[in-house]
Design a protein around this ligand. Structure first.
Ligand SMILES: [Cu+2]
Length: 140
């Protein structure tokens, strides 16, 4: 004999269905508004790395060759930026505020550390700059 409770299919209450449609509309509307404002504020921001206490942010960054990266001291401790391995080597002064800029012209992987704080490190990958005369084939 069948248990009557298993056959009872409850239809979705109408109010719940209307609610779902309203939520979907709100999401779509918000998404469109976001896309419009993003298209307006288009100027590409130069990549930035911040030096907090005691961490680089981000810890992984990829840029194209020829890109100038700005390191900004946001913490209160003294930090520096030093390449321990990579195609180009540099070391910033020891600073507790301000910025340091470096233009990465050689492709490769750069291991960057702060010499004061073990574990305060990041990886910066520099990709070959795209040749200006060639066009990238459409991805399919
Ligand atoms: Cu540090």
């Amino acid at each position: 004999m069948l248990d009557p409770s298993t056959r009872r299919l409850r239809p979705l209450p109408r109010a719940a269905a209307i609610g779902a449609v309203l939520v979907l509309t709100a999401v779509l509307g918000g998404g469109l508004a976001g896309a419009t404002s993003a298209a307006k504020a288009k100027p590409p921001q130069p990549p930035k790395v911040s030096l907090g206490d005691n961490v680089f942010k981000p810890t992984k960054l990829t840029v194209a060759a020829g890109t100038t990266v700005t390191f900004t001291w946001t913490g209160s401790n003294t930090h520096n930026v030093k390449v321990t391995s990579g195609p180009q080597k540099f070391k910033s002064p020891n600073q507790s505020s301000g910025t340091y800029m470096f233009r990465f012209t050689k492709a490769g992987t750069y291991k960057i550390v702060c010499t004061f704080h073990p574990g305060m490190e990041m990886t910066l990958k520099v990709n070959k700059a795209p040749a200006s005369t060639t066009t990238t084939p459409p991805s399919s």
